[in-house]
Design a protein around this ligand. Structure first.
Ligand code: BES
Ligand code: ZN
Length: 627
């Protein structure tokens, strides 16, 4: 369809408001510095993928058919591509179209400009993926839990989708999608969409292959298009929830996430109905570079949350919350990332409080706040105070470099200031309204502010000043009206820390009620000047070296590295070579590098061994640290 005077970057919105100065009009005027697309001329509305996975060549190969919406006299459509081999571009009838690839930029990739015949509504790009792309990781069987079959997964956020799908890779350009994915017949494909053919379908004439079909009929940001292929099984949790995992891990995963349905109910009660049909979690092999990724209908999660005791499920609360903050209302650019993550941390904590109680939620809040302080200090030390802003300037900067606790925890802290000032009742009503006003839209920080002024602050300028809204969003550091979270349970931990610091026998400490938050708090608040004997005493009392909780293990290993505690080195090596989650790997390598004479050689040796198993994104982060 040709849309005259297409000026909106949003779809299906309130036209009257969008035409003037409302939040959506503000959002629509904002350019995305991380995409070459020119959506005002021609934009992708729907993608239809037909791809075959070749596990020998490590290649996806096939076509992406793009349905376009164009301005009346649009002559070109501009896509984003990176590490893609474009073979040809045709119109709907198969007639070749002229196209040109722009100069390759190491962060952005290339523009792919296609000449459009008058009135063209569809183009078909025939292509294959190439080595080095950041979205896809192809795993050999020995890198999986089952060790028998290979695995493939994608990671789109932030600007990686262009390395496996030629499309307009901007979060403000929402697209529906459908897909046919052909795989070796002993493997299963899943995507962040309706799974139309759970068992796959035979491919006529190709007994060794089968095809899976998918459909996402609600417009999503392209970073949310996701694919995984492997020896994957499924187990139901509740009516609308379940767990996918490699068959070798499936029972363990299903046990861990038994509360999914309850979390889904709690979330819906807080901020309005869940809009995506099913909510399932896919547990990935250990090289998955993130803790979790909120791919619609199918959260991707690291196996390092499978603690065996459900203690790390706040990660799922977080990814589930993104079904509202992020997937429904989406950051329009990567400079608005806090609208995704800050809102989600706030929402996650509300789900945790609802399902597991205030004590547990409060402990997690304190841990989050401490992480924020640590990251703030690091950013100052690295000479990046501008990254302590909620709304940073990321022109020319890879959005991955802004991946710190600032958008998460400072963002949530700002919302908690509002919560406290207006009370939960009003603030919850505001958030619920926000999610419904902008459902399936992309939001900028400025547009959010306009909405906040209209619907919560009621244009009261004095109140806005009193709340320091401007400082929170545009300033560096932390405004002084931050509410420092408190947790009585962690105060008890402080008492045990003092007892130990005063020379007490660790075996005499009262730790019987310690769960993961208490242990992490304990390990990260010990005095700096502990002697090796005291560290060894802790180890022998609590056997941290054999902890099966990844968060405790991580906190313990950080401590061990800082104190050159060599008995922990075999565990450190195991930990760093058996999983590739950036949040664990990067800080451990950094801590090693900060121990001159002791750590850097160890870091280099362990990294040389571990690097081949890491995802490109974790490699990129650790490469900057280990030199
Ligand atoms: N959306 C993020 C993951 C992400 C962020 C991927 C930026 C790529 C770029 C996800 O929701 C997330 O925040 N994951 C956290 C865990 C969460 C519990 C804070 C993670 O992976 O550590
Ligand atoms: Zn998140």
């Amino acid at each position: 369809m040709a849309v005259a005077g297409l000026s909106l970057v949003t779809s299906g919105c309130n036209r009257r408001e969008a035409a003037d100065t409302g939040p959506l009009a503000i959002a629509a005027r904002t350019a995305d510095d991380h995409s070459y697309a020119r959506p005002q001329e021609a934009r992708v509305r729907h993608i239809d993928l037909d791809l075959t996975a070749d596990f020998t060549a490590h290649q996806l190969k096939g076509t992406a058919s793009l349905m376009l919406e164009t301005e009346a006299n649009a002559k070109q459509v501009v896509l984003d591509v990176k590490d893609l081999g474009v073979e040809k571009v045709t119109d709907a009838s198969g007639a070749p179209l002229k196209y040109a690839l722009g100069k390759a930029d190491p962060m952005m990739g290339q523009s792919l400009t296609v000449e459009l015949p008058q009135g063209a509504q569809k183009i078909v790009v025939r292509y294959h993926t190439e080595k080095g792309g950041t979205a896809l990781q192809w795993l050999d069987p020995q890198q999986t839990a089952g060790k028998q079959k290979p695995f493939l997964f994608s990671q789109g956020e932030e600007i990686n989708t262009r390395t496996w799908i030629p499309t307009q890779d901007s979060p403000a350009i929402r697209q529906t999608y459908s897909a046919r994915i052909t795989v070796p017949s002993d493997l299963v494909a899943v995507m962040s969409a309706k799974r139309l053919t759970p068992d796959g379908e035979a491919v006529p004439g190709h007994a060794s292959q089968r095809t899976f079909r998918f459909d996402m009929d609600q417009p999503v940001a392209p970073y949310l298009i996701a694919l995984a292929i492997g020896d994957i099984g499924f187990k139901e949790e509740g009516k609308n929830t379940g767990v996918y995992a490699e068959k070798a891990m499936l029972d363990k995963a299903a046990y861990e996430f038994a509360d999914l349905e309850q979390m889904l109910d709690a979330a819906g009660k807080l901020y309005g109905p869940y809009k995506w049909g099913r909510y399932d979690v896919l547990v990935l092999p250990p090289s998955f570079p993130y803790g979790g990724m909120e791919n619609p209908t199918l959260t991707f999660a690291t196996p390092t949350v499978l603690a065996g005791d459900r203690s790390l499920v706040s990660l799922v609360a977080h990814e589930l919350a993104h079904s509202w903050s992020g997937n429904l209302v989406t950051n329009a650019t990567w400079e608005d990332f806090w609208l995704n993550e800050g809102f989600t941390v706030y929402f996650e904590s509300r789900i945790m409080e609802q399902v597991y109680g205030k004590d547990r939620a409060d402990m997690l809040k304190v841990l989050g706040y401490n992480d924020l302080l640590t990251d703030m200090k690091q950013l100052e030390a690295d000479g990046h105070p501008e990254f302590t802003k909620l709304h940073p300037d990321l022109k020319g900067i890879n959005p991955d470099d802004y991946f710190t606790d600032v958008p998460y925890e400072k963002g949530a802290a700002f919302l908690r200031v509002l919560e406290q000032r207006f009370g939960r009742k009003k603030f919850d009503a505001y958030l619920k309204g926000y999610f419904s006003r902008y459902a399936f839209q992309s939001m900028t920080t400025e547009a959010f502010l306009a909405d906040l002024r209209q619907h919560l602050l009621h244009n009261d300028g004095d109140l806005e000043k009193e709340l320091k809204v401007h400082d929170w969003i545009y300033g560096t550091g932390l405004p002084d009206n931050i509410i420092v979270p408190k947790s009585p349970l962690l105060d008890q931990v402080s008492a045990e820390i003092s007892a130990f610091a005063a020379g007490g026998d660790p075996k005499a400490l009262d730790v019987k009620d310690f769960g993961y938050p208490q242990w992490v708090y304990f390990l990260s608040h010990l005095p700096d000047n502990l002697t090796l004997d005291r560290i060894a005493a802790l180890d022998s009392a609590f056997d941290f070296t054999h902890s099966h909780n990844s968060e405790i293990e991580f906190a313990w290993l950080m401590l061990a590295v800082q104190h050159h505690y060599t008995p922990a080195l075999p565990t450190l090596r195991d930990f760093l070579t058996s999983q590739g989650r950036g949040k664990f790997c990067t800080p451990l390598y950094r801590a090693l590098m900060q121990q001159p004479g002791w750590g850097p050689d160890l870091a280099r040796r362990i990294y040389a061994e571990a690097r081949p198993g890491y995802h490109e994104l974790t490699r990129a982060a650790v490469d900057k640290v280990v030199k």
